[in-house]
Design a protein around this ligand. Structure first.
Ligand code: MN
Length: 314
């Protein structure tokens, strides 16, 4: 981290990259680091590759969707592998120096400099970096870091929440954060589309292996008809795993025809990161994902076999 702080201090034009279908952690990490580096006089842009989910609009993050510019240093935040950059790989390849800061233990160490550590969120590493850079912490920065941690821990409910997570939160709360408003906007408010997709997901769950595996699907027709955006789908992954007795919950979505995205969640003992990695994805032991091209039914049948094997191996 010391070395990375030095590289950043020596760079003038820096790009910060979030991962595809950006979530609170990748965005919170990008915007917090952007604000800190700007305070140090650096020219810093967040480049997302897509619109960010509207639930984060109230925080006024400034970003570019794409750019032809060349940067001294490109930093990927919360990206487990280079595929998570999609079209921004070209931007990454053009940079003189590349850095990868992440907390997914399946990370492929794709940059010149890689810092991968096990924390509840990538943003905790960003906070450590900001402190090393000697940039002042502000309410705005603390808010983004809070958003990153609260989203990646499901509001401090997931097993990745550690004592150190709460210590960090206590530090951030000293900046007079409006946590009730942040949490209301992030966890409670939803679009009408999301409400309808929630209902659809709940009424389309299939169970296997005596109810230990639950699979919900949102196919292309359903998502296209609903005009769903990625923000409408985030969070629905928790629905199958929330049913009593389920050990592995899966949500398969097809936003782009023929591109099946599968999100895995497990409760206690199945390592879903291993399963997702087998299909070209990755993640954490209890929350992982992958994207496979083909027909939903075939892909799910194959994955279901793998999950069944993993379940019965334990
Ligand atoms: Mn994360």
């Amino acid at each position: 981290m010391q070395h990375i702080a030095k590289i950043m201090m020596a760079s003038n034009r820096i790009a910060l990259l979030s991962h595809v279908s950006p979530d609170g952690d990748t965005l919170g990490s990008c915007f917090a680091l952007q604000l800190a580096l700007q305070a140090l006089g650096k020219e810093v842009e967040v480049v997302t590759g897509e619109e960010i989910p509207p639930i984060f609009d109230f925080l006024n993050g400034r970003y570019l969707i794409e750019t032809e510019k060349i940067y001294d240093t490109v930093v990927c935040l919360d990206c487990g592998d280079i595929g998570r950059l999609k079209d921004r790989k070209a931007l990454f390849d053009r940079a003189t120096t590349t850095i990868n800061i992440d907390h997914h233990m399946t990370n492929s160490n794709f940059a010149q400099h890689n810092v991968v550590e096990e924390h509840a969120s990538t943003s905790e590493m960003v906070l450590a970096l900001i402190e090393r850079l000697g940039a002042p912490l502000t309410k705005e920065i603390a808010t983004w870091l809070y958003v990153a941690i609260t989203t990646d821990t499901g509001g401090f409910k997931y097993s990745n929440t550690k004592a150190e997570t709460h210590v960090t939160i206590a530090k951030l709360m000293a900046y007079d954060l409006d946590i009730a408003e942040i949490n209301r906007r992030i966890f409670e408010m939803m679009t009408l589309t999301k409400l309808k997709l929630t209902a659809h997901t709940m009424s389309n769950i299939h169970f296997y292996e005596n109810g230990k595996i639950a699979v919900a699907t949102l196919d292309y027709e359903t998502l296209h008809q609903a005009q769903a955006e990625s923000g409408d789908i985030d969070g629905l992954t928790r629905i199958p795993i929330s049913v009593e007795g389920v050990e592995v919950g899966m949500l398969a979505t097809e936003v782009v025809k023929g591109e099946i995205k599968i999100s895995f969640r497990s409760n206690r003992y199945v390592n879903v990161a291993e399963i997702a990695t087998k299909y070209g994805g990755g993640g954490h032991a209890k929350a992982a994902g992958c994207s496979v091209n083909g027909e939903m039914e075939h892909i799910l049948a194959d994955i279901l076999l793998t999950v069944t094997n993993a379940l019965n191996k334990e």
